[in-house]
Design a protein around this ligand. Structure first.
Ligand SMILES: Cc1cc2nc3c(=O)[nH]c(=O)nc-3n(C[C@H](O)[C@H](O)[C@H](O)COP(=O)(O)OP(=O)(O)OC[C@H]3O[C@@H](n4cnc5c(N)ncnc54)[C@H](O)[C@@H]3O)c2cc1C
Ligand SMILES: NC(=O)c1ccc[n+]([C@@H]2O[C@H](COP(=O)([O-])OP(=O)(O)OC[C@H]3O[C@@H](n4cnc5c(N)ncnc54)[C@H](O)[C@@H]3O)[C@@H](O)[C@H]2O)c1
Length: 486
């Protein structure tokens, strides 16, 4: 059968949050756009990542806070209603149906092409028996997938990935989680609160290694209090699941210092019902036709600040979102999409000089200079910009100011015995903030104040006039600034 052909101004591969926003920005600029999707419009974030995971975690943190509010503690003392929480999660994952997002594409005037898309040479994409051509740009927004390390026996042991951990229909009796990054911590938090006996295995010496060390310490302390069995400094060397529906045995390099609640087996082996591997991400570029444009299949796409792929000549191929490995977060993918969409539109109109300096309209800057992230653990950990160690490594002359958030009146009112800590990293040469970290209940909503301060490079002397309302947790800002100014 002959291939059907069509030409659009812009072709977008992958309709996750990033692809949707590239398509939207390009279309809003008057360009014709087709977007291709092999699974569900909305991508990982909507169905197997941000939305379902946060729907699982919100009841956990709400209960935990309520337990520390006088008058509510008894009412919140019982277990979570797991079927209700899982049902709430299902609703937030739109029951794994994308009708709503498809309707949005239709309303926006963006053509949806369902199927697996592959590049078929410069400015050309094949989907099934269709060949689509792009007048101006092709944007690859195909995201990332979980990495499964090459541990003997793992592939045959039916491990959970982040997709299973966010969509499981029942609570496992015993869950082993490998990886102390964001997915490992969030999912250990959720499934423990839902009733599973959870063992968290970490290769390094702590959790959340990309944040300030106190974030990992406070979260680890709280996970241990919740009954999570945390083992640091261990490596999984083998995994066995002898019967398809039987338990899984995880073999470790070191000796256990105790056994997790409800687990059978100890020492070098842990037996569990499910095993979640949360050890990072790989780009979804292995079956994308990258070789037809001179790139290596399976590689992250190297891009400039307008998200143009640097290794392909001609100025037509963009890599936006997770796939370029700059910042694997939905809000940063969408930010890059707004920048790339503007750059695509400007180049299509032959605008001679793009605004490509840092913080310019056509230069993604915040996704390297000021990335905000909230880990929705209990307590939450929220950070933007550089940690103290990263700032020093980058050659800045810094001063670090730490503050116990529990000492602030608003925090004391928020929950009894509020435990939390804040840090700001000050650039001593310019007297602006390079990074801010908050750990504690409810701090996720505090983060944007720090993001504005870091991105805006607001001088400390002006921040002094940004008066936090009394009595809110935001008063921690005042304490941080008082400590700095003396
Ligand atoms: C468990 C978990 C929780 C997370 N929680 C958060 C959070 O709270 N906040 C946050 O900011 N980030 C979070 N993230 C990260 C976030 O999910 C990603 O950064 C985000 O989804 C990236 O968006 P994207 O559009 O670049 O890629 P994706 O969301 O992965 O979308 C890519 C799309 O491309 C499609 N596709 C792939 N290949 C092809 C092809 N060849 N042809 C056609 N279509 C294709 C895919 O089916 C998919 O729909 C989380 C991640 C995980 C794993
Ligand atoms: N709330 C949020 O913003 C949120 C939530 C979940 C995920 N995400 C994003 O999704 C991405 C993926 O998260 P993730 O937790 O899978 O990756 P990650 O890179 O954050 O953490 C993976 C961890 O696994 C460890 N690891 C790697 N190989 C290992 C092995 N063989 N054995 C034991 N440990 C090993 C790494 O040292 C690392 O600490 C991250 O970039 C994250 O930002 C964001």
């Amino acid at each position: 059968m002959a291939a059907t052909e069509a030409t659009h101004d812009v072709l977008v591969l992958g309709a996750g949050p990033t692809g949707e926003n590239v398509a939207d920005r390009a279309h809003a600029a008057g360009l014709s756009v087709a977007i291709m999707e092999s699974e569900l419009v909305g991508g990982e974030c909507s169905y197997w990542a941000c939305m379902p995971s946060k729907a699982l975690l919100r009841p956990v943190t709400a209960r935990s806070e309520a337990r520390r509010v006088p008058g509510l503690a008894d009412a919140a003392a019982g277990p979570l209603d797991a079927p209700a929480v899982l049902g709430h999660r299902d609703a937030f994952a739109s029951y794994w149906k994308d009708d709503g997002q498809v309707r949005w594409l239709e309303t926006a005037g963006i053509e949806l092409v369902r199927g697996h898309a592959r590049l078929a040479g410069p400015r050309q994409v094949a989907v099934g028996d269709r060949v689509l051509r792009a007048r101006h740009a092709v944007a690859v927004c195909t995201g990332s997938r979980p990495v499964l390390p090459g541990i003997p026996g793992l592939a045959d042991a039916r491990p959970w990935t982040s997709r299973d951990a966010t969509s499981a229909k029942t609570v496992p009796g015993r869950l082993v989680v490998v990886g102390g990054g964001v997915v490992g911590v969030e999912m250990a938090t959720a499934w423990r609160a839902l009733g599973a006996s959870v063992t968290l295995l970490v290769r390094g010496d702590g959790l959340l290694p990309r944040m300030e060390p106190f974030a990992g310490h406070l979260v680890a302390e709280s996970l241990a209090e919740a009954g999570v069995f945390l083992r640091t400094g261990v490596e999984v060397t083998e995994v066995r699941r002898e019967a398809p529906d039987g338990p899984v045995t995880v073999v470790l390099e070191s000796t256990a210092s105790g056994a997790p609640e409800g687990a059978t087996g100890s020492g070098d082996e842990i037996v569990a019902d499910e095993l979640l591997i949360a050890t990072g991400r790989a780009p979804r570029t292995d079956d994308l036709g990258l070789e037809t444009v001179g790139l290596a299949p399976g590689s992250w796409l190297r891009v400039d600040d307008s998200c143009l792929v640097t290794d392909v000549p001609g100025g037509w191929l963009y890599g936006v979102g997770d796939v370029n490995h700059r910042a694997l977060l939905t809000h940063q993918g969408k930010y890059q999409a707004r920048i790339a969409g503007a750059a695509i539109a400007a180049r299509a109109r032959n605008v001679p000089i793009l605004d490509h300096g840092p913080w310019g309209a056509h230069a993604a800057t915040a996704d390297t200079a000021a990335v905000p992230q909230v880990v929705f653990s209990d307590p939450e950990a929220a950070s933007v910009g550089l940690t103290a160690a990263a700032a020093e490594r980058a050659g800045h002359r810094v001063r670090v100011i730490d503050q116990d958030i529990g000492a602030v009146a608003g925090a004391a009112l928020y929950t009894d015995g509020y435990r939390g800590r804040a840090r700001m990293v000050v650039d001593l040469d310019r007297e602006v903030l390079l990074g801010v970290t908050f750990v504690g209940p409810g701090v996720g909503e505090l983060l944007h104040s720090a993001t504005v301060a870091v991105v805006g490079e607001i001088p400390i002397e002006r921040l002094w006039h940004a008066v936090p309302a009394y009595p809110t947790i935001s008063e921690v800002w005042l304490r941080l600034l008082e400590s700095y100014r003396g």
